[in-house]
Design a protein. Structure first.
Length: 333
């Protein structure tokens, strides 16, 4: 913590010392770099232990929010496969030596969090950004979000002389060209309309935004004249967002969204046969339509002035699937 310097006017001996605003103490960092590395190492260790036998309760001690929902869905999908089709679990860990830490200074009362650029391969540059938040009740740090980036060139985060970052408001921030809510709406628009309404206006073209738009366009022709595939927004319980000031005065914003994809037959006499990865939810029962729910983590860089933002990565997981069985199966049941 910086020391507070005082200046005294010697011409008036009885004047009380005053604190210079420019040298006021900075807010404390969320945690120390060593503590952040310990949190990352603990995550890797316990995540491996939990994944080995899909232990949801143990996983819940190191994950929360959208990431936990995505991981549990992976467990569920695996459990729906025949044992012979399940891939043997391979332990892994994040390379602590190559991790880049973005630890913000936070005012008293602010929820504590930090971000880290990570690689799961030793000696390789980080290729994903994760967010950890503190759970004071349990006195532990948990990962709530991770995004695979399309480039190893990371955003240039503004750091102070001690190497700490500056957190900025992710919502309702008038100093930025877009906030988390507008970014989320634009991502959903990429999926639902191909970016027609807001997606291509809010985002400059990037690999990530083009990929979302391609998902939309591919779905339009997926079934030909035999069916349709339509995307829509969905209730999103994961509204927390995190933002760090970048060197250009803008921000890196990390947020989450939820969307659905509904596949439906064009007319009676047709059916959709669930694949083996759908088995946990659909149980091999043919359907007339299937609605898949996806939870996704997204990362975008946002300028301070009125220019398009850049979607630099997103990671999605299917978390549910449902739909009406064929009438013949309903009658049989």
């Amino acid at each position: 913590m910086a020391l507070t310097s005082c200046t005294t006017d010697h011409s008036t001996p009885h004047t009380k010392p005053t604190t210079s605003a420019s040298t006021a103490p900075k807010p404390d960092p969320a945690l120390s770099p060593d503590q952040a590395r310990e949190a990352i190492a603990r995550y890797s260790k316990i995540n491996n232990e939990a994944n080995a036998d899909r232990n949801r309760r143990l996983l819940d001690t190191v994950e929360d929010g959208p990431l936990y929902a995505m991981s549990v869905s992976d467990y569920t999908e695996t459990e729906g496969l025949p044992t012979a089709d399940r891939e043997p679990y391979e332990p892994w860990s994040y390379d602590i030596a190559s991790a880049k830490l973005y630890i913000p200074r936070l005012a008293d009362g602010q929820a504590r969090w930090f971000a880290a650029a990570l690689s799961s391969e030793k000696g390789k540059a980080p290729s994903r950004v994760a967010v950890f938040t503190e759970r004071p009740r349990h006195e532990r740090w948990e990962m709530v979000s991770v995004v695979d980036l399309d480039s190893h060139k990371l955003p240039d985060i503004a750091l102070d002389r001690e190497g700490y970052a500056t957190a900025v408001a992710a919502h309702d921030n008038k100093q930025l060209a877009a906030d988390a809510d507008l970014l989320r709406a634009a991502v959903l628009d990429n999926f639902t309309t191909g970016g027609t309404n807001t997606g291509t206006k809010v985002f400059a073209p990037t690999k990530a935004s083009r990929r979302q738009i391609k998902v939309h366009s591919d779905a339009a022709t997926r079934f030909g004249d035999k069916g349709t595939s339509v995307f829509d927004g969905a209730d999103n319980p994961h509204t927390d967002a995190y933002a760090l000031k970048t060197a250009d005065g803008g921000a890196l914003i990390l947020f989450s969204h939820t969307h659905t994809q509904t596949d439906a037959v064009a007319h009676s006499g047709l059916q959709i046969n669930p694949g083996k990865h759908d088995r946990a939810w659909l149980h091999d029962v043919p359907r007339t339509s299937i609605t898949y729910t996806f939870v996704c983590n997204d990362a975008a860089t946002v300028p301070a002035k009125a220019q398009p933002s850049r979607l630099i990565g997103y990671t999605c997981a299917r978390t549910n699937a449902s739909g009406p069985p064929l009438p013949s199966w309903t009658a049989r049941a």
